[in-house]
Write a protein that binds this ligand. Structure first.
Ligand code: K7E
Ligand code: CUA
Length: 664
């Protein structure tokens, strides 16, 4: 490395470590926001936003839903983390959603929301999102804004390049960030180069409840960072960035920044699927969990999976190529026509753009530099369409407006840079506050971007909001990109660290909403449909209480005969059949969250009382004028008490109590 280059790298590294160049300069906001900005984001009370925007909750493990252009927070959807606000991961019905082969995991780190697509455009059916730490992918149903399905990814660590979809919606992907031994066994870390490998997983995701790993491709032991599917002419291909092609296992900051170029891996996944169908993949023992919530019972269950199809590129010629790309690339983004492959080297001084047409020619001409583990490395010049010169510092991610322009986020120089596809000239730039990661244009990674807005998701907020101690709000910024010049419209705080987001016109989702669950179709075995079905039963030391909630009471609401040593299950059914009428349930001393009950739904709380006495319970969701009257009592007696099991339920239900109560 030349001394000059070393200095540049050191400056870059210091800037990365320190946050950003721009983080310490203060610019009065009024000088940068036009006077008409407020009217452009103003959504009058009672009116709707134009777009739903789904922002990853980052290290909160959730998804946050915002309206655009207002930036109003509409909902937090729990995915990989327990959420006491609605009992997700706490109530008995949903616990299985967080199950993995490592046991139950109450948290993960989620980065990339991805809308389901039909023919390369978002269709508004589902949202997918990845778990980064313990690799998983999840499906969220957009008629209910709820997580219905989670699939664990074996033979992987750090499911970061995920869950990007193919244009036909058949597959979503998950690439391993960390290479690991496969199978993962006890080896010296120093044996990285011999023993560590990467995998690229292709997951069938076009049918709810049937997510599965179609196949995994075994790759050299690099770090795989991000991915995107081809489209149009490049449909059938998937592109993944790599870094650490040095295969360092320590001090990656330095040791994985040595090579001038790493790679974009171009994977012909249709060819891979054909090779798998021809029996060229190994059946490889691998344990992983598939969790699914049945929409009728609303109960999650775990399916144990035991193997995957593992394909080596050497056994399927033409399945993968490497495109040399400067320098530790992060994002890889495909333009709406499917011709250009934009890779953003975090430490690169240009933004290289590869051409799909040239790539195909290079493959036909065998313009190979070398071959790594059966994967030909194409020559840089033979695949390069052009380079965006002097774009700024620290390019990370690119999205498109569908009008021939690309927008790249510049982490180190804290700005969005707009440039023209084909001529590669920079046409506009605008600061972000501060240290932008991803940016998002509604539909900006699809065949038909909706354009109009751009959202910057920033890593550092510093002086932008009222201070809140050492940890400041996370932040997004909204820009108007409808004209030649980008205009800043709005700052709005976000939940967790917003990595990526996607947005879709509200009209594609808002009229498909489920308003309540049909009580008649409630398949939870502990559901009851009327007050007269309320009952309490004992089986040894287990007591099951089936109760209803309706404005403004629980029935039964007085329960006696529970003893120390018992385990109590409250099965509460909200028998309302009306939109947005929810009830809650909480009892003194419970070691879990409340239950929140959507209309028509049954939820179960498990409770082990620890001392004798009286335990009030109440409704936690202000549901009616007499919400404060919505309460009850449960009496706990010492073990062996003569207090009979009883509840103030109807005569019919009383008879059902007596039989099991006598039996003990
Ligand atoms: Cu760039 Cu995880 Cu997509 Cu964050 S990643 S920025
Ligand atoms: Cu039911 Cu408050």
């Amino acid at each position: 490395m030349s001394p000059t280059r070393r200095v540049v790298l050191a400056v870059v590294a210091t800037a990365i470590a320190g946050g950003a160049f721009f983080a310490c300069r203060t610019v009065p906001a009024t000088t940068l926001v036009g006077s008409d900005a407020a009217s452009k984001v103003y959504v009058p009370p009672g009116s709707y936003d134009e777009f739903y925007s789904f922002m990853s909750g980052g290290f909160s493990g959730q998804v946050a839903v915002y309206g655009l252009p207002s930036g109003r927070l509409l909902k937090v959807i729990p995915v990989f983390s327990q959420n006491p606000e609605n009992g997700y991961g706490y109530n008995e019905e949903s616990k299985a959603m967080l199950q993995t082969t490592f046991g139950s995991i109450p948290w993960d780190d989620s980065h990339h929301p991805e809308l389901s697509m039909t023919d390369g455009v978002p269709d508004g059916r589902w949202l997918f999102i990845n778990a980064n730490n313990t690799p998983r992918v999840a499906r969220i149903d957009l008629t209910r804004f709820e997580t219905d399905e989670i699939l664990q990814i074996p033979n992987a660590a750090g499911g970061h390049a995920s869950p990007f979809t193919t244009p036909d919606g058949k597959y979503i992907v998950s690439a391993t960030r960390f290479s690991v031994p496969i199978p993962n066994t006890d080896v010296p870390i120093e044996s990285y180069k011999q023993n560590f490998k990467g995998t690229l997983s292709f997951i069938t995701a076009d049918q709810p409840g049937k997510m599965d790993i179609a196949f995994q491709i075994l790759m050299p032991g690099y770090d795989y960072d991000l991915g995107h599917a081809g489209k149009g002419p490049s449909d059938g291909w998937f592109f993944f960035t790599t870094y650490n092609t040095e295969q360092a296992n320590t001090k990656l900051e330095e040791n994985a920044s040595k090579n001038d170029k790493d790679y974009v891996a171009a994977v012909n996944y249709k060819k891979a699927a054909a090779c798998v169908a021809e029996g060229k993949a190994k059946t490889f023992p691998s344990e992983y969990d598939h969790n699914y919530t049945d929409p009728k019972s609303r109960i999650a269950t775990v399916e144990k999976k035991t193997s995957v199809k593992l394909l080596s590129p050497a056994d399927c010629e033409g399945v993968a190529y490497y495109l040399p790309t400067p320098k530790s690339p992060h994002g890889v983004d495909i333009d709406p026509t499917g011709e250009y492959i934009v890779a953003s080297g975090k430490l690169a001084t240009v933004i290289p753009v590869h051409s799909f047409t040239k790539m195909q020619k290079a493959i036909a001409d065998k313009a190979f530099e070398k071959t790594v583990d059966g994967i030909p490395v194409l020559k840089y010049e033979s695949v390069l369409a052009g380079e965006v010169q002097k774009p700024g510092l620290g390019p990370l991610h690119t999205e498109f407006d569908g009008k021939g322009y690309a927008y790249t986020s510049m982490f180190i120089s804290s700005e969005v840079v707009k440039w023209k596809l084909g001529t590669w000239e920079v046409v506009d730039r605008i600061p972000t506050y501060y240290s932008i990661g991803h940016l998002m244009i509604p539909g900006g990674d699809t065949k038909k971007p909706f354009g109009k807005y751009l959202v910057a998701m920033n890593k550092i907020t510093k002086d932008r909001y009222l201070p809140t101690g050492p940890e400041m709000a996370q932040s997004a910024q909204l820009y108007d990109i409808s004209g030649d010049k980008m205009k800043l419209l709005l700052d709005f705080p976000t939940i967790g660290e917003p990595h990526y987001a996607q947005a879709i016109p509200a009209s594609l989702i808002k009229d498909k909403q489920v308003k309540f669950h049909s009580l008649a179709e409630n398949k939870n075995p502990d559901a009851i449909r009327s007050e007269s079905e309320g009952r309490i039963t004992r089986n040894g030391k287990r007591v099951d209480i089936r109760m209803i909630a309706i404005r403004s009471h629980f029935a039964p609401d007085n329960i006696e005969g529970v003893q120390l040593g018992d385990t109590v299950y409250f099965h509460v059914t909200n028998i309302e059949q009306d939109w947005d009428i929810l009830h809650g349930f909480a009892i003194l001393g419970a070691n879990t969250s409340e239950l929140i009950l959507q209309p028509g739904e049954t939820r179960t709380m498990k409770w082990i009382p620890t001392r004798a006495g009286i335990y009030p319970f109440y409704c936690t969701d202000f549901c009616s004028a007499l919400h404060q009257e919505m309460q009850g009592y449960l009496r706990v007696s010492p073990a062996g008490t003569t207090v009979a099991l009883s509840a103030n339920v109807s005569k019919k239900a009383q008879q059902q109590i007596s039989a099991p109560a006598k039996a003990r």
